[in-house]
Structures are given as C-alpha cells and as structure tokens.
Design a protein around this ligand. Structure first.
Ligand SMILES: [Zn+2]
Length: 380
C-alpha cells in the first residue's frame, strides 16, 4: 500500500473571516452573519483540498474558534461561552514570541459541550466528494479547565473528569456517525507538559502520564475497528507562526505517547533540527499491536509556520529516511501541525493569512506528490 497522507486539521482563515469573528464580539454582526462567512471559507477549503489530491478533506476548521475551544465557545473572546465557564482560566500556553492563549475557567458543574464537531462533519459531508476527516480536542486539554489546585464546591474533580470523558467520547462517536472516516485527537499539551514554565504552573506538575491515562480512558471505549481510524496529533504548538514547547526534549514525550491505544499518530518532525533521532524514537516506541491495532506513524514533513514551500523531492527524501527506522507499512506523511489552530492568526512570517492559505495548499500538494514518489522509490 502506498504511504498514506493526512492533514492535521486547520487552514489559515481568510482575513475577511477573521475580522468577522471580531465583528461578532463587538456586536456589529449576528452569529448567522458569521456563519455565512464560515460556510463560504469552508466550501473554499474543501474544494481546494480536493484539488491537492489529499486523501481526506475537511473545512480547515473555519467554523471553529480554535482547535481546543470549539466545543465551549463561539469566539476566542468568549462570545457564546458554554454554561458554567468564565473567561479567566489557566494559560493553555505561552509561546516563544511572548503571546499567550488562555483557557476558560470552570465555575461549577456539570461540564457539557455546547457544540460537537459532528456539526462540522455533517456540513462538510454535503460539500465534499472525497472522504472526510475531523479533528477533535483531547480530554487532557479539557482537564485544564478545572482549577489546578482547588476543588470546585459541589463538583468534585473526579466527577468533572467523568463528564469530560463522556463528552469527548460522544464528540468522537458522533463524528463517525455523521460520516467522518478519520477522527484525530489534538494532543499539543503532551510535549508542553514537561516545559516547567514558572509563568504557567500546570506545566511544572509533571502531568504527562496523567494526560495519557485520561485519554486512554476514552480511547479504550472504542473497538479495534474504530481505533484503526482514530489518531493522536502531537506538536510543539503552532500559532502566529510561533511555538510553545520546541525546547522540551522530544524523547520525554515520544517514549510515552505510544501508550495511547490509537491506530495512528500525526507527529511533528519537519521543524526539528535532528529529524533522524525523531524517526528513531518513533520506530523504537510505536507498536505493531496497540490492543488490537497497529500504530501507523504519520511523520511531519511540512512546516506550516514557514512560508518556504518544501519541494516534493524534499518530502520524498524525508520519508525514505524515516523508512529506515519505521516499518514502511506503518509509515505515513503529514504536516507538523494545523496551519492555523486559532481563529485569529495573522501568520506574520507569511505576511498575511490570505497568502498563508495559498502557501498551505502548495505545501499540501507537494506533500501528497512527495509521498507518492517515496512510495515508488520504496516499492510500496
Ligand atoms: Zn499542532
């Protein structure tokens, strides 16, 4: 079988759409007005992704406030925030360029999603002529909505975690029921968990194993047949062309991450200085049999934070090099991250989000072509 390809999830949102999110916050337009522009951008994303030759398509998360907050708020500024949440939660991450992203804070129970990703799948299925994928957020990210130390009166942490697991399970199941063929879980907090950033206390609490165990609580509710099409995405962040945890030694994550009983992983690698050691760690730690499913390792061969377009030849070379360490029947090709995980992203290294959108399509096309060339060279 040729080397499979898959995107992570997001594409840069057109400038017009980014402004509309702000206009909604300022009461200048209605949610219906915003939805019209989201639908337009989603149609364009799907059409252009289909032209790249990518296997699975999606809307590039044009309808989402962010990869992490789509279930609980309509905009990053908190318009349409779900019940029992306030805007002033923990930092999710502080990025290298100094900007940060903050999560809402849970104020009481019960915790419930207001938007499930299946809503997007349903809409995308009506437009797409190719199979559809959808990215969802992890239980371990949602876990950070609960205060780090204190207990919320009347809503113990354990009860909250039970609710989180139920909501995430429902999110994934509904995506499959709506017709998604692949569902990947974003797990960017995995590498960040070992950052020990004093400005961001949760990153100093050694929570990686706790994250993995919680995520497996949900993953293990699915059959091997379902888990074959469930993935995990890891990266050191990607927002405003900046990262949050690239300096954290990758082996801390890669020696543990494959405990997650999913059938595939979307693994950042193109932006690593030492790619060879990543291929090696992935080869050594990924499993042939994760409770009934082989773990297919999609290696990041495209850096979405750089405007420089990788050639198909470069992609091919990276995959051929990776195949020395990862069994080729468990090797795939992906991008290091989504191209714009948050709905406000100026893509400064690119000059503008609209230009970054064009660049993203070129990069994806070259990845698809590079994977084809590598398959040919490797005889698969
Ligand atoms: Zn990512």
């Amino acid at each position: 079988m040729p080397i499979p390809t898959e995107t992570v999830g997001s594409l840069p949102r057109p400038e017009k759409l980014q402004s509309a999110y702000e206009d909604l916050d300022q009461g200048k337009i209605t949610f219906e007005d915003l939805q019209k522009l989201q639908d337009e951008a989603a149609n364009d994303s799907i059409q252009r992704l289909e032209e790249t030759g990518e296997t699975y398509v999606n809307d590039g998360e044009q309808r989402e406030s962010s990869f992490a907050t789509y279930p609980i708020t309509d905009t990053l500024a908190g318009t349409g925030l779900a019940d029992n949440l306030a805007g002033d939660g923990q930092f999710f991450a502080i990025f290298d360029d100094g900007h940060h992203r903050q999560l809402p804070r849970l104020t009481g129970g019960p915790f419930r999603y207001k938007t499930f990703a299946s809503e997007f799948v349903e809409k995308n299925k009506q437009i797409a002529t190719k199979p559809v994928k959808q990215a969802v957020i992890s239980p371990s990210m949602m876990m950070l909505l609960y205060p780090l130390e204190e207990e919320i009166e009347g809503y113990p942490r354990e009860q909250f975690l039970d609710d989180v697991c139920d909501e995430v399970e429902k999110d994934i199941r509904q995506c499959f029921e709506a017709g998604a063929e692949r569902v990947s879980i974003d797990f960017t907090e995995g590498r960040l968990a070992n950052k020990n950033d004093a400005r961001n206390p949760w990153t100093g609490k050694d929570m990686l194993q706790e994250f993995i165990d919680l995520n497996n609580r949900v993953i293990d509710r699915f059959s091997p047949e379902e888990r074959k099409n469930m993935g995990i995405h890891t990266c050191p962040g990607g927002d405003n062309d900046s990262v949050h945890s690239k300096e954290v030694p990758y082996e801390k994550l890669l020696t543990k991450m494959f405990q997650l009983n999913v059938g595939y992983f979307l693994i950042q690698c193109a932006s690593e200085d030492d790619k060879e050691s990543v291929y090696k760690l992935v080869g050594e730690n990924s499993r042939d049999d994760a409770d009934g499913v082989p773990q297919v390792c999609f290696i990041g061969v495209i850096n979405p934070l750089s405007p420089e377009v990788e050639t198909a030849e470069e992609v091919k070379d990276r995959l051929v090099a990776a195949a020395k360490h990862i069994p080729v029947e468990r090797l795939g090709a992906t991008d290091d991250c989504g191209f714009s995980p948050f709905s406000r992203d100026l893509k400064p290294a690119h000059g503008s989000p609209d230009f970054a959108r064009d660049i993203a399509m070129q990069k994806i096309s070259n990845r698809v072509e590079g994977a084809r060339m590598a398959s040919e060279e490797l005889g698969v």
